[in-house]
Design a binder for this molecule. Sequence first.
Ligand code: F0G
Length: 487
Amino acid sequence: MDQGSPKGIKFSSGEEIPVELHKVRIVQKLHLKPIDDRLNAIKKGGFNTFLLNTADIFLDMLTDSGTNAMSDNQLASMHQADDAYAGSQSFYRMEAAIQEVFGKELVLPVHQGRAAENVISKTFIKAGDVIPMNYHFTTTKAHMEINGGEIAEIFTDEALKIKSHHPFKGNIDIQKLKDLIAKYGRQNVPFIRMEASTNLIGGQPFSIENMREVRKVADEHGIMMVLDASLIGENAWFIKQREAEFATSSIKEILRTMCGICEIVYFSSRKVSSTRGGGICTNDHDLYMKMRDLVPLYEGFLTYGGMSVREIEAMAVGLIETTDETVISQSPGFIDYTVKELDKLGIPVITPAGALGAHVDAMQFLPHVPQKEYPAGALAAALFIVSGCRGMERGTVSSVRLENGEDLLADMELLRLAFPRRVFTLSQTKFLIDRLHWLYKNRELVGGLKFVDEPKVLRFFMGRLDAVSDWPEKLVAKFKADFGDSL
Ligand code: F0G
């Protein structure tokens, strides 16, 4: 594998394979249904993979959110949960884990990542503010805008390149940051947000060097930094692989360094600790007090924040496990394997491989589908039809409609194929690669989509679409001609 890639185990053939460093002891039966059933299912789901029933899905690669496999120790910890409305021991164990792993003393529990975004946005954003960031996440943008703010993405020129060797495509462009503060004025910039393993641009990390440069600019203007740590484990892993200063550091040291640079750290536990839930932490008492009262109002009392105490126990263990390299490198290892195989087959995919999932470029995959017919959505639907694998559209369907009635076309049209930690095997991964390869060879059969029911906010979740022609039927006919009865 390339320098900077997660290390596989070397086989005698010379190949490096991401051998699983865990054993599977609890399993869940999967269903690989016939292609006609899959076609019916996607039609019933309005060509939106969010609206599928998992009974119809073979490999669920929609997200890693709340779907990472938990460890034996996490499951065991759930049995010692302390049910108490206030003062639960489970909370104090979770608080101690956050203090140890992130180095932040003051902890606010929330029911998931977007709830942290609600609390932070309500507390710190006023109408007319602008929030600089490496890139937005859908829920982040929605919460900031609802509170009157505007996001400003100040990524580097490398960030949106599909094919790249840049190790840190999640970096902030320092000059753009300086220009932005000069333009809007310090009083309109409540904080700078950095998102670890930047989700919507392909799970791409930033470097600590970049964080330190951002910190310098922030200090010059007295602006605070907020870290979205939902995918911090993987970002730390990439820093260890790709940033020379940290090559011999432990993951714990890297996590502490990253969190130490920012005043506020928040996270979705659905990702970082392989559980459900979320949290906000800081060492600044004033900031803590400003946010604190919103937690009982929106989430629940300060010692559960809307979470089940069982999840809180599993979070405590999961956070400590985030410092274990075999845990945080498993998903990047499989993603790296998949990206390299797809790349070899000529399938357009974001490089270098990042965190969370493999990201296929639908614009190059389906150059004949105009962006206003949602190529990434069409590709997600087509892949489901031919494989039962569910990915997620991350393109214009996930964007918004402007007041003039036109879509705000997304910067990228991506099909995201998530690899939740320790969930899939290598043969399942090979099946995915094979079906995607077949689809690529038959890509001219895939057509576009149109909205038939479009919600005003976060339309990608519940929106319903339809095919612009009978392309799904034609795709099914070709599949049957090539595979016969095989699934
Ligand atoms: N921040 C980032 C970087 C995320 O990836 C997510 C969720 C959130 C915040 C919101 O957290 O879902 O717990 O409320 N990402 C999921 C995904 C939904 O599929 O990528 P949440």
